[in-house]
Design a protein around this ligand. Structure first.
Ligand SMILES: Nc1ncnc2c1ncn2[C@@H]1O[C@H](COP(=O)(O)OP(=O)(O)OP(=O)(O)O)[C@@H](O)[C@H]1O
Length: 294
């Protein structure tokens, strides 16, 4: 990996009137990474990305993309693909015309047929944008963002409104772009997508970069959980558990494997059935839920 960051944000601040929307945010995205910028509603993700994308001026701080000021569109735009949350296509243009127009603006080389093939919209090439479904419009958005396989791609909630086949297809296209060296910046409220795919995650809350790290760095401070239901009276449990009147119990643990072994050994010995047994590592959802407790 190239050691010069693709994106370098230092002490970024943005105010809207009296509202301090982005507070002293510093982050770097390295070449080839998939960096997910996640956060609670109104945390400042879109505001931060709009500055990094060159759409908005910062109140203070510095932002460099490929070592350049992102407002220098000629230097940065040809190397960058952007899939915004809401598309800005002209409804009267056809799918083919939209891709051709936006493709030309990027200055990159590609063909309309190729990108429509990536998003499975070849059969809709002659259809007007106004006649596309919501999911098809999202796929068209993605097609224009990846036209010419840019070095840096921003994906803002890319899978919202997509069915499972289209989601899988989109992620497999992202995997191919990454294999070819593209750097990806993702925002999403589907945490499992970030958990599965992000190399690193920046977690924003109330304008600050609240936490940053790999999934395991973010989750390892929180316990894993074992859940089960007891239907009969049993001998005392071998571990500290929280149980409700209906018999449902959970155990929080930082030693999932060891404590599962203890629990299963106990259940086997006493012939206790652990109904609806589940055990899992800490998920990103839990990190989000813990934000308010920090
Ligand atoms: N143009 C604007 N003028 C004034 N305030 C704004 C403007 N855009 C955003 N805000 C405010 O700034 C804060 C950050 O908004 P932003 O859209 O960056 O958050 P976000 O993290 O993208 O949120 P979400 O997950 O809900 O999309 C919010 O409190 C929002 O109300």
């Amino acid at each position: 990996m190239n050691s010069t960051p693709v994106i370098d944000v230092a002490r970024l601040n943005l105010t809207y009137g009296d509202h301090h929307a982005v507070k002293d945010v510093s982050l770097q995205v390295r070449s080839g990474e998939l960096y997910a910028l996640l956060g609670t509603n109104g945390a400042g993700k879109t505001s931060t990305l709009e500055i990094v994308e060159g759409h908005r001026a910062a109140t203070s701080g510095t932002v460099r993309v490929f070592g350049q000021d992102p407002r220098d569109r000629r230097a940065v735009r040809p190397r960058t693909g952007i899939m915004l949350q809401e598309s800005g296509f002209s409804p009267d243009l056809t799918v083919r015309e939209s891709v051709r127009l936006i493709g030309k603006l990027t200055g990159r080389t590609d063909t309309v047929e190729h990108v429509l093939g990536i998003v499975d919209l070849t059969s809709k090439a002659g259809t007007k944008v106004s006649q596309l479904s919501g999911g098809e419009k999202r796929r068209l958005d993605f097609a224009t963002a990846v036209y010419g396989a840019p070095e840096l791609i921003f994906l803002d909630e890319p899978t919202t409104g997509l069915d499972i086949q289209s989601r899988d297809a989109l992620w497999s296209s992202v995997d191919k772009l990454r294999a070819a060296g593209s750097t990806i910046v993702l925002t999403t409220h589907y945490l499992e997508e970030a958990q599965q795919r992000a190399d690193r995650i920046g977690l924003m809350h109330r304008g600050t970069l609240h936490r940053e790290g790999t999934v395991s760095e973010l989750t390892r401070t929180l316990p894993a959980v074992i859940r089960f239901t007891l239907t009969n009276t049993t001998p005392a449990l071998p571990l500290r558990a929280t149980c409700e009147n209906d018999g449902s119990c959970f155990i929080e643990t930082h030693h999932l494997q060891r404590d599962m072994y203890t629990l299963l050994g106990w259940a086997q010995y006493h012939a206790v059935e652990l109904c609806d047994l589940e055990a899992g590592p800490t998920r990103l959802d839990d990190v989000f839920r813990a934000i308010g407790d920090d």
